[in-house]
Design a protein around this ligand. Sequence first.
Ligand SMILES: [Zn+2]
Length: 445
Amino acid sequence: MMMLPITIPPAIFKKYDDIVKQFLWEGKKARITLSKLCTPKERGGLGLPDPRLYGISFEIAKLAKYWKPTENRLDWMDIENELCSPFSPKEKLSQRNDTTNPILVHSKEIWAKVHQMYRLSHYVQPYASLWSNPAIHVGKGPVYWKQWHSRDICTIGDLYKNGQFMSYEELTGQFKLEGKQHFWRYLQIRDCLKSRIGNPSENYIMEYMKMPLERCTASQFYKLTNLLVSGESTNVKLLWQRDLETNVAQEKWLDVLAGCGKYVREAWGKFKQYKIIHRLYHTPVRLHTMKLLNDNKCWKCKTGLGTLLHCIWKCTLVAPFWVKVVDFLSEWSGVTVPLTPAMCLLGDRSQIPNASKRTFSVIMVGLVTASRVILRHWKTVVSPSLKDWLDAMVETASYVVCMSMYVRMYESMLCRLKGNTEDGMSLWEHFWNYTKTDKNSGPRD
Ligand SMILES: [Zn+2]
């Protein structure tokens, strides 16, 4: 039933909920909400299947096929292509509602819902249609410029190149738009996109859609989404407020959530940071509540109450490590890094507003690496050491240096091609200085 490509009446899900509740609590008052039960185990839930999310996941896995039309041609895709003409089904998803076909209506509903779950608008993503899109107003309302569309200008992302809005020359060149009449339209659509949308960026939904077809399964989407959106983010915020013993303004909290993974380029680092901010790590207290541990004391000192903040921050076997790491980073960068959980665990950038973006990102890598070192010894009595941290940092630094060497080689090649050797040289110089400071980044006397 969940695989049907049409909307399932809510009453059916309600009936299912009732059957599950009756089974679990034998008619007595429920002790845990169903949504909590459906939360994945990693997040403290019980991993009970969530039929609504399964329904959504099947539909998204189906839609993912539109992202790779050449990988396999399916008959039903031809039918839907025809229904959406002159647009593609992918474009149709972000256009205003003008269809009554139940299958398309369902697809559009799910598409909007999934974006809502990730707190995004499906109208302003790089893959959203430029035409008949309710968020894109030129003059009085949405537009459809047939000539542009016929030249394959279909989505918001089509107007961007390397994250930048294309210049008029780039646009007309790439899409072979001839004649002067396009300039006015270019200005109009640029104005609209810049004011309403800013620069389009990647998101988890897009990452999923781009995966190879064999990995684009419903269960994959279910797992990802269940993990990422099932938490009660406001609950997480409340817990941090309690731990930090201060009120965290909603704006700041959203900054922390948005900044998560922004300054740390490596995938492992992004994920670690996410897990810390969302408190996904098992603590003695949590395991004890779940009756999986006999007591709730810290694994290291055996005396403190094993809360997240204790285990990762306050414990007498962990706190000295943070002091060393923060001292090291402060000396290296010349920016005083405050020794606070808001800075070190949440990556609250407002704590060091004067740090340049590049310095901040190195500091963040340092801090996330420190958490990683602590988590490596999570359930043991071992104290994390500065040496562990330095080793992990050298690993990361050599990766970063390799990457930047590549980028600079490329840049200098481009400069030379343009006959502009001077810029290329100064970039090299800059690069060497950068590696030197990286290598000599030990604490100075
Ligand atoms: Zn402890």
